[in-house]
Ligand binder design. Sequence first.
Ligand code: NAD
Length: 432
Amino acid sequence: MKIAIIGTGYVGLPSGVGFAEQGNQVTCIDKNVEKITKLQNGQLTLFENGLEELYKSNMAAGRLKFTTSMQEGVTDADIVILAVGTPPHPVTKEADLQYIEAATRELALYLNGYTVVATKSTVPVGTGDKIEDIIRSVNPAADADVISLPEFLREGFAIHDFFAPDRIIAGTDSLRAKQLISKLYEPFKEAKLLFISRRSSETVKYASNAFLAVKINYINEMANFCEKAGANIDEVATGMGLDSRIGAKFLKAGPGYGGSCFPKDTNAMAFMARQIGINMPLIETTITENENRYKLMAQRILKAAGKKEAVIGVLGLAFKDGTDDCRTSPAIHIIEALLQYPVRITAYDPKAMPSAQKLLGDKISYAADAYAAVKEADVIAVLTEWKDFRLLDMNRLAALTKQKVIMDCRNLLEPTTVRQAGFTYYCVGQKD
Ligand code: NAD
């Protein structure tokens, strides 16, 4: 099958590589010339476990191409997948559809023969209708079905999730589109392929992310309770997770959710609800409480340091482990909150230093490794759950710091080992 993917980012690139690996002819299109030039020349533009080998082998096999030309990718494609960004509007926080609209206006020009135009970007309910209208106005003769094909991959596990998805949801009533999508996903025998209406499919994505955000907010609220009540949130979460109705996932207390999806999608969901006159207090509260949590974590770090003019060694900048993505990373927000005080911050992250530097610039210092980051620190703040941090030599860390204090916002480290090295150890959801 010939597939064109528009938008070669955290969704478009792993998806393009995955579809190529399954024997399809894939052209990834992006308007970012620098990105496409790098990818054409064998250089990956983002970090994902397992992506590099598949990218290289499919390039070598001639199944994977990169271009800035919409015409080159879309003409002759059986399926055109939209994977451009839908960032939050800076004021209203609604999903900004300018990239979807611009890409659609352009792709419509080159549709040729029957084509399925599938939206993988997360888009508000009714966007499929808008895409259809644009195609009809730009190219009235186009023979295309516009479907919703929401993406559920998790950054850090994008390749794993591509090949082993829990479910594939396609929103369409068209028989021809259903046949094509069934063929595309034939190799994914284990995954449930669910055809529903386009509007339901668009809603599933927001409903899923909002639910997970509420679940994280719930366990964080419970962590606050545990801190005062003398219980341990990790033990409580383990006990809760054994109930199959609740499930163990997304019950990890921490610094609040972040990343490029949950904050954006909860805000977009709340905006959509307000637009149609629906009250969604659960989601509204989750958004506010999550934003407050970043500030709460900053306060706890300063309290652990015992002073406002603290030297802080930060471990972790990415919004979670396994990715270099710092978009709406809790670490970045916590650092921004700390910078309201006369602190000095030095940070280290195994993968996300360049993307963090783009956001924070010279407001903080950057270290070559974890040990360099904590030198002379009054407090070490663990902000991303990189497994590597667990393997650090705690005695060496302790010897480098000014005060042996750790605030572990991810409950990542092994408390006994840390305390044996002489640290005072603070974490989330346990009495100090
Ligand atoms: P991204 O910012 O990493 O990539 C988007 C790419 O689209 C950029 O490279 C940009 O240059 C390109 N682009 C924009 N306009 C274009 C145009 N007119 N023509 C060609 N290219 C264009 O974004 P992402 O994280 O991959 O997210 C893409 C969409 O997928 C969003 O709607 C997001 O909500 C959704 N999504 C993301 C994830 C995730 O984990 N990142 C998961 C599920 C769904």
